[in-house]
Ligand binder design. Structure first.
Ligand code: PGA
Length: 252
């Protein structure tokens, strides 16, 4: 089986002023043990990206944007482009987070435009997909996930320098304290990997598939021990250095 370096990603959502973000970044930087196996990433709000970039300079911890618009520049008041995020030192940009889909009208089509624009800027997109509770109860999980994945990755250039990361985040598990069991998550991750084999061929074996949704220090190790779970996208538990560092340690 190909070696996939796990990625532990912290999504700070709409939390942290510049000062708070700097302090958290410093604590994480100081707490990540040397030689840790996982790659570590944090996604502060846009307003704290520069402050956190300064704090992480010279460290292997990666910076990410939480979202983006797809145009490079233009008269789009309030929007931020992938080029601007790359300029701030972002290595990753999250696209299609369920909160963007739910509150800001993102669709599979707009998420796809964002993903392609992120790749064009030389940045790695993290494509979030996942079903709602109603969809799971109606046994539509695999159908919804397949559609989000295929439409989200449509038009992916075969020669793209960067490969997208996929994050499976069941909507009913985000911020609710309800976590998919490792078996429930693995079932969907294996299904995603099989679809990626059709879409990306051998690149599917090295594509990271993260799990997200109420990941905590208590459940991280068992989730991460599943064969197709290659890391975690962590919201609430990434807002405190202590719990985030424990999740990083759980990645081995
Ligand atoms: P949570 O958020 O860990 O607070 O459930 C995960 C996410 O939204 O990425």
């Amino acid at each position: 089986m190909p070696e996939r370096t796990p990625l532990i990603a912290g999504n700070w959502k709409m939390y942290k002023t510049q000062g708070e973000a700097r302090a958290l970044a410093r604590e994480i930087r100081q707490g990540v043990p040397a030689g840790v196996r996982a790659e570590v990433m944090v996604a502060p709000p846009y307003t704290a990206l520069a402050a956190v970039a300064g704090e992480l300079e010279g460290s292997p911890i990666r910076l990410a944007g939480q979202d983006t618009f797809w145009e490079k520049q233009g008269a789009y008041t309030g929007a931020i482009s992938p080029v601007m995020l790359a300029d701030l030192g972002c290595h990753y940009v999250i696209v299609g987070h369920s909160e963007r889909r739910q509150h800001f009208g993102d669709t599979n089509q707009t998420v796809n435009r964002k993903l392609l624009a992120v790749l064009e800027a030389g940045v790695v997109p993290i494509l979030c997909i996942g079903e709602t509770l109603e969809e799971r109860q109606a046994e539509k999980t695999l159908h919804v996930v397949a559609e989000q994945l295929k439409e989200g990755l449509a038009g992916l250039p075969g020669d793209a320098r960067e490969r997208p990361v996929i994050a499976y985040e069941p909507v009913w598990a985000i911020g609710t304290g309800l976590t998919a069991t490792p078996q429930q998550a693995q079932e969907v991750h294996a299904f995603i990997r099989s679809l990626l084999r059709e879409l990306l061929h051998e690149a599917a074996e090295t594509t990271l598939i993260l799990y997200g949704g109420s990941v905590t220090p208590d459940n991280a190790a068992s989730l991460l021990s599943e064969p197709d779970i290659d890391g975690a996208l962590v919201g609430g538990a990434s807002l405190k250095a202590d719990s985030f560092l424990k999740i990083i340690a759980a990645a081995g």
